[in-house]
Design a protein around this ligand. Structure first.
Ligand code: AMP
Length: 287
C-alpha cells in the first residue's frame, strides 16, 4: 500500500503545535532525531517508532555545533528529496527540517553538557562534539515534546550520554535504543561510509571483525580487558588502511574502563579509514 508523503515542517512553533495537539488527543508521539542521508539503520529507528507510536516525527538537521573545526560539516552528505521519499515509505508523519537560524537564533548562548562522559572516547578527539549533540537534542526534546525518542546503538557513547542527560535534567521522555543495522559483510551502516574509496570500503570490515574477535574470546571464557583489546588491535592491524583511534572496554552506563569483564560490557572502537572516521561497538552481557 502507498503511504502518504511525510510532511516537511521547518518552523519550531508549527511542529510543536502539531505534537501538542496530538498529545492532547491522547496520542503517543515518537521522535527520531537524525542528520539525514538515510540508510536502513535510520529506517529501522523510524519503523520501530511507527510500530510503537501514533505519530512519528523525524528531525533532520545537520547540526553545525556538533562538528569541530576541520570536520566534515560542509561535506556531510545531504539529499532531502531522497530522505523524504525513504521516510514516507516507512510511514513517517512529519519531517522537522529547520534552518540553522531557526534552531540557533542570533546570540544563542546556552549549552548542555554531560560532564566527564563527553570528554572521553570519541569526545577526546572531537572537542565540543557531545556538547553540541546534547544541546541540540535537549532543544529537540523541547520543540518536539514526544513521549519516546529513538536512538541507534551504533552511536553507543551518544546513547549513554543522552540517557544521562535525560535522567539528570528530568526530561519526561523514554529513550529507546535500536540495534545496529549492518551491511552484508558486517560493516555498520553510516552516512559517512559514502566517503570510503573501494579499497577502504573493503578494509572497513576490520571494525566489526575486531568486535567479533572480542565476542569469541569472551565466549571462550576470557575476562581480561587488556587481552581482549590486544586481540582486537591485532585483527585491525591486518588491515593497513584502518588506523585505530581508540578501543574502549567499559561499563555501559557510565563508561568506566574495566579491567575484568563482568555485567553489561560495552566494547567500542573508533578508527580512521581514509577521509572517514568510523565507529562501531558491541554490548556483551557477561554473567
Ligand atoms: P545520524 O543521522 O547519523 O546522526 O543518526 C541518526 C540516528 O540513527 C542516531 O540515533 C544513530 O545512532 C542512528 N543510526 C545511525 N546508523 C545506524 C545504524 N547502522 N543502525 C542503527 N541506527 C543507526
Amino acid at each position: 500500500m502507498e503511504t502518504p508523503n511525510a510532511e516537511i515542517v521547518s518552523e519550531k512553533a508549527r511542529i510543536r503545535r502539531i505534537v501538542e495537539e496530538a498529545r492532547a488527543a491522547g496520542w503517543t508521539v515518537g521522535l527520531v532525531p537524525t542528520m539525514g542521508y538515510f540508510h536502513e539503520g535510520h529506517l529501522d529507528l523510524m519503523r520501530l517508532a511507527r510500530a510503537e507510536c501514533d505519530l512519528v516525527v523525524v528531525t533532520l538537521f545537520v547540526n553545525p555545533t556538533q562538528f569541530g573545526e576541520g570536520e566534515d560539516l560542509a561535506a556531510y552528505p545531504r539529499d532531502l528529496e531522497r530522505d523524504s521519499r525513504m521516510a514516507s515509505s516507512v510511514g513517517v508523519d512529519y519531517i522537522f527540517h529547520p534552518g540553522a537560524r531557526e534552531m540557533y537564533q542570533e546570540g544563542f548562548a546556552t549549552h548542555v553538557e554531560v560532564e566527564g562522559l563527553s570528554r572521553i572516547m570519541c569526545g577526546a578527539s572531537r572537542e565540543g562534539h557531545f556538547r553540541g549533540v546534547t544541546t541540540v537534542v535537549a532543544k529537540l526534546f523541547n520543540i518536539v515534546p514526544a513521549q519516546r525518542a529513538y536512538f541507534g546503538q551504533k552511536d553507543a557513547q551518544q546513547l549513554v550520554i543522552i540517557r544521562k542527560m535525560a535522567a539528570d535534567l528530568d526530561f519526561a521522555i523514554e529513550i529507546v535504543a535500536v540495534a545496529t543495522r549492518r551491511e552484508d559483510d558486517g560493516l555498520a551502516m553510516s552516512s559517512r561510509n559514502t566517503y570510503l574509496a573501494p579499497d577502504e570500503r573493503a578494509q572497513a570490515v576490520a571494525l566489526n571483525q575486531a568486535l567479533e574477535r572480542a565476542q569469541e574470546l569472551v565466549d571462550g571464557g576470557e575476562r581480561g580487558a587488556d587481552r581482549v583489546a590486544a586481540a582486537m588491535e591485532e585483527v585491525i592491524n591486518a588491515y593497513p588502511l584502518v588506523n585505530i583511534e581508540y578501543i574502549a572496554i567499559c561499563d555501559n552506563i557510565l563508561l568506566r574502563p574495566l579491567e575484568e569483564l563482568s555485567g553489561g560490557v560495552l566494547v567500542a572502537l573508533a578508527a580512521r579509514v581514509g577521509k572517514a572516521r568510523l565507529i562501531d561497538n558491541r554490548v556483551l552481557e557477561i554473567e
